[in-house]
Ligand binder design. Structure first.
Ligand code: ADP
Ligand code: MG
Length: 363
């Protein structure tokens, strides 16, 4: 099993980021316990995501003005960017109750029918990981979203009958890390889709300041900026790093988070200045030192770092690619000049861009 698998169920207890990564986007047990306290309660408090926020604000205002129910909303984006938070804000802004469930929790169409038939008018139904719902449930959902109606099948075999059931109008908020995995008929039934982007460092700095205030942690100077810069564009990671830095500040200093304290603490947790962890650096180091920056095949690279192929491909690479440190090419994985620079290494002459193999030694 991939020890870093972010779709694996989070452990309810245990040490921070148990079995996972301190820079993983998925929530661990401790995250879940503190996140409720850190979640912004309305759109005004929600940091960043200007476009989604503005569009959503219009959708909700219009629905309120009509005195009706808001259109169904699909939120897509990487783990930890604020999808669950936004769903709660949607309910709060509409003054509606919210019911929370997830795709994997709905195995049978009957599970969904039970939830749908107990909704009250205007209620928000939050369906997390909607791309992991079973096919029969998905088909039931189409009709529920469009006509506020479901057919409940009673009995089995030739004697089975479908009993139509009217539903009160409700707002479905679906969340997915992979909008591309949703079948088009499902995607098309959402009136509004919000694509959540990774956050800019300045936005994460605001998230850190806000959380520090709520957790009663003192921050001085550039302490928040240091944490923000290592948080991989993700508020959940920023909040987690803040808690680890707070621990360090309490034990090793006077409890106040300065830039120096934050840097020292995160060095202890092996999160470097750019947010790379030990695995990321192992992959990059192997690519540079053993394969002269590539190109090298994925399997070879995985063996070199002693990890599964999937771990390298799905856990380490996406962030390295996003950071412009590694490129996937038809000939294999290649390090960029930024990778050499980040690890403080000097590329061999033939790895100079445009130089070509042996290019500099010709003539
Ligand atoms: N825009 C934001 N402003 C402030 N905090 C945020 C924002 N987005 C996310 N967070 C914080 O990050 C944590 C994870 O957000 P969450 O909504 O659970 O992410 P997702 O559901 O996309 O995985 C929340 O506890 C919240 O405190
Ligand atoms: Mg969530």
């Amino acid at each position: 099993m991939n020890p870093y698998d972010e779709s694996a169920p989070a452990t309810p207890t245990g040490p921070p980021a148990a079995g996972g990564r301190i820079v993983g986007g998925a929530a661990d047990g401790e995250d879940q316990a503190v996140e409720a306290a850190l979640r912004p309660k309305d759109l005004g408090e929600f940091v960043g995501q200007e476009r989604v926020r503005e569009q959503l604000d219009l959708v909700l205002r219009a629905a309120r003005a009509r005195g009706g129910v808001a259109d169904h909303v699909l939120l897509s984006g990487a783990p930890g960017l604020g999808k669950t938070t936004l769903s709660m804000i949607i309910a709060a802004e509409m003054g509606a109750p919210i019911r929370i469930t997830s795709g994997p929790a709905i195995q049978h169409a009957g599970d969904l029918a039970a939830i749908l038939s107990s909704l009250t008018e205007g209620e928000v139904l939050f369906l997390d990981e909607i791309h992991r719902m079973s096919r029969p449930a998905e088909e039931m959902l189409y009709m529920a979203m469009e006509d506020f109606r479901v057919d409940v099948v009673v009995g089995k075999g030739p004697g089975a009958t479908a009993i139509p059931l009217e539903l009160p109008p409700f707002t479905l908020v679906g969340a997915t890390t992979r909008a591309g995995l949703l079948p088009p008929p499902l995607r098309d039934r959402f009136g509004f889709t919000g694509h959540m982007e990774f956050y800019a460092p300045a936005e994460l700095e605001r998230v850190v300041h806000r959380s520090a205030r709520l957790l009663d942690v003192g921050i001085a100077g550039e302490g928040a900026a240091e944490i923000a810069g290592r948080s991989r564009g993700t508020p959940r990671i920023a909040n987690r790093l803040l808690r680890r830095v707070r621990d360090y500040a309490q034990v090793k200093a006077d409890g106040v988070v300065t830039r120096e304290i934050a840097a020292q603490a995160l060095d202890v947790y092996e999160v470097d200045g750019r947010g790379l962890d030990r695995l990321d650096r192992a992959v990059l180091t192997a690519l540079l030192k053993l394969f002269a920056g590539g190109p090298v095949g994925l399997s070879t690279l995985a063996v070199a770092v002693g990890e599964e192929r999937e771990t390298v491909e799905e856990v380490a690479e996406p962030f390295l690619v996003r950071e412009g440190l590694l490129a996937r090419t038809p000939r294999g994985r290649v390090a960029t000049p930024a990778a050499w620079q980040h690890l403080g290494l000097v590329p061999p002459p033939q790895a100079v861009p445009g130089g070509g193999r042996q290019g500099l030694f010709e003539g």
